[in-house]
Design a protein. Sequence first.
Length: 367
Amino acid sequence: MTSRARGALGAIAVVLLATGCTATGATASSPPTAAVTPSAPAPARTAQGTLLVADFGSDTVTFVDPERGTLDSVKVGTAPYGLVVGEDGRAWVATAQGVAVVDTGTREKVGRIPYTTETGPATTGEYRGGGMGIALAPDGKRVYVGVNVPDGYGVLEVIDTATRKVTGTVPVGRRPFDVDVSRNGGEVYATGHDSFDVTAVRADTLTPRRFEVAPYGTQGGLGSWLKPHYAAVRDDGKLLLPFEGEKLAVLDPRTGKVAIEPMTADTHQHGALLTPDGTLLAVGTGPVGSGDDDASLTIRTADGKERVVPLDGPHEDVAVSRDGRTAYVTGGFTRDGFWDGITVVDLKSGDTHRLPAGHRPLGIAVL
């Protein structure tokens, strides 16, 4: 067993005792609805380059000018997690109550699609039921949302974007943190955090195949920290899943084989994104063991060279500007230590600054 594995397993009991949580618990209180105080005048129509974040600590999404700060917010439903924006400007937001649809141009909610899967009452917190990862087919005709079912395995629900109806469901792993689509739209990938797996689903037949992705093994079960969180799909069809700033799992969904490449950040990792030039951005949330490093953003080029940019406090997910020069890293985080804002990272210089935004922001997109 590696030092990371020993440290993480030793931390499990401490964390559970200190927080009083279990691997299946949920916070039953309703999310606060905080008033948004815009720091810049909101335009009649939202400009390109505006950021949209899912306010996991509230019931809104927030529009953010990347230079000036908060512009506006829209109520979407309890504890929004992931979001995705189509070419038509519609945002699809995975909440505890259903998938909300937002016209990002006018900043208005235009609908909410309930899940067909029973997830219990709409609650808040890390283990709440409802939508988590969400992705849009390349042709914009389908939305795929990973639905967490407390105390059980998750479900991938398929939504027709024209009718706004759920047209299919597929069983996937436990707590589907992330959902991704292949470049040609032929397969969908749901990352099952608590089941150490990725479920590949054919888009035409909805046939699932499960692949274990556990470079540290599955010891510790539901209480383990050493699990997959987010994936990014490479041009060659392989999935990249960062683990602990030490190992990059490269999953080939054609064969199910997982190759391991070294990483250097030595920190617990969540969000992952590939930029257009093939650079991997991996969000480090901070230490889970006594020898681990603090939060960071790993910038890993296609040939495996890494730069690690320190971040102040835990973060969760990441988006990149249209010109590929700037990363936006959300401070929401799924566990304690979150903060209400975004860290803006200059990918060339590594310079950073904080931008207040949202309420425990998790998912993020650049309009």
